[in-house]
Write a protein that binds this ligand. Structure first.
Ligand SMILES: *Cc1c(COP(=O)(O)O)cnc(C)c1O
Length: 381
């Protein structure tokens, strides 16, 4: 076989996105404006929610949600121990304490039974991550929590995903999505908050724009040139640019095609690797739609011919880039030191940290690329 070079992920952008940026550039309306508003409207519609607020990233989106909920020092928020570090960081930004819960090794998602064990009187929320595009088991999670504890979705990987027929982004109190180039649709950097809670959305809307609000007096008496908005909250600048909004609108229009293509190739991988007994394919659930942000295998350490890292090196030598699924946050220096955590405190997360492997899956791969990756994995003995 001729050697190929295959990236783990590549954004699928081109002339359509390039053309879309012309209008804001020509008009001079560059920051949050009509394009962002249109992107928000379409995103809300696609995800079956009342409100969508564009932000600079999923990280700032999650931070906005927690800030709008009033989460602060003394509060605890439960997060999965196996996720991108941002899920825990946003809790720390608020001065609150991230409390880790273990994950289910089979789904890579938060384990509702372990969440139940971590609840205290200080627990203010749980962040459920839909890792790699597979929705967390929201019904089981809801059932494991007292009614007063809301669930926030970290839907960074889950644009277009669904759970039992309901769209990601509509499954909890609020959700945040990512448009980082590693996700299935991108605006370079960017994020989106979704919610059906108008009060939360109104506060998040103000917080995203420095805490600015238009007073009732101004609203009623019309604009007056000498009046600035009121600032009664400590806000941020988390506004998306209209350049990004324009790109996001185009990308959103392609989301379902991107997911369908990825799903087709994910099925190809799963089928062609079925006879590799040391690889466990990602789980798919009939009643839910996987968004396939990534195709993440579990390398069974008891059966694999080589340790995972050596397998990854062998693939790299063949021109195939791979990554660990993500990291166990409790094993990262900051969290391990701050909370005195040890790797074995969350055995599921540690196992996923050590044995998962993402292989290339994106919308710029050709059939020959997928066949090459599958053949390379077969060649490892
Ligand atoms: C990518 C990712 C994030 C961060 O998204 P940004 O838009 O880069 O801030 C957060 N959580 C998870 C699970 C992610 O995969």
């Amino acid at each position: 076989m001729e050697k190929r070079s295959i990236a783990i992920s590549l954004p699928c952008t081109g002339d359509d996105e390039w053309q879309a940026t012309r209008e804001p550039l020509a008009s001079g309306w560059l920051t949050q404006g009509p394009k962002v508003a249109a992107f928000e409207k379409e995103f809300a519609k696609r995800h079956g929610v009342g409100r969508a607020l564009a932000t600079t990233s999923c990280t700032t989106g999650l931070h906005l949600i927690l800030a709008a909920m009033g989460i602060g020092p003394g509060d605890e928020v439960i997060v999965p121990a196996f996720t991108w570090v941002a899920t825990a960081n946003v809790v720390a930004y608020c001065g609150a304490t991230p409390v880790f819960a273990d994950v289910d090794r089979r789904t890579n998602n938060i384990d509702p039974a372990d969440v139940a064990r971590r609840i205290t009187p200080r627990t203010k929320a749980v962040i459920a991550v839909h890792l790699f595009g597979l929705c967390a088991d929201m019904d089981a999670l809801r059932a494991s929590l007292p009614q007063h504890i809301p669930i926030i979705e970290d839907a960074a990987c889950a644009a277009g995903a669904s759970y039992k027929g309901r769209s990601a982004g509509s499954l909890g109190l609020a959700a945040a999505f990512s448009f980082h180039p590693r996700k299935s649709i991108t605006t370079g950097e960017g994020g989106m908050v979704t919610t059906n809670d108008d009060r939360l959305a109104d506060i998040a809307d103000m917080l995203r724009n420095h805490g600015a609000s238009i007073s009732e007096e101004q609203r009623h008496k019309g604009p007056r040139p000498y009046l600035l908005p009121e600032f009664n909250l400590l806000g941020f600048n988390y506004r998306m640019t209209d350049l990004q909004g324009a790109v996001g609108l185009v990308q959103l229009g392609k989301l379902d095609r991107f997911i369908d293509e990825r799903a087709e190739w994910a099925a190809f991988y799963t089928q062609s690797l079925a006879d590799v007994d040391w690889l466990l394919p990602p789980l798919v659930q009939d009643e839910s739609r996987h968004a396939w942000q990534a195709y993440v295998l579990y390398v069974n350490p008891e059966k694999a011919p080589l340790p995972r890292n050596e397998i990854m090196e062998r693939l790299q030598a063949l021109g195939i880039s791979t990554r660990p699924g993500t990291h166990a946050v409790h094993m990262l220096g900051y969290y391990a030191q701050r909370f005195g955590l040890r790797p074995d405190d969350f055995p599921g997360a540690r196992d996923c940290n050590d044995h998962t492997m993402a292989i290339p899956l994106h919308n710029r791969m050709a059939r020959a690329d997928f066949e090459y990756v599958a053949a390379a994995l077969h060649s490892i003995r």
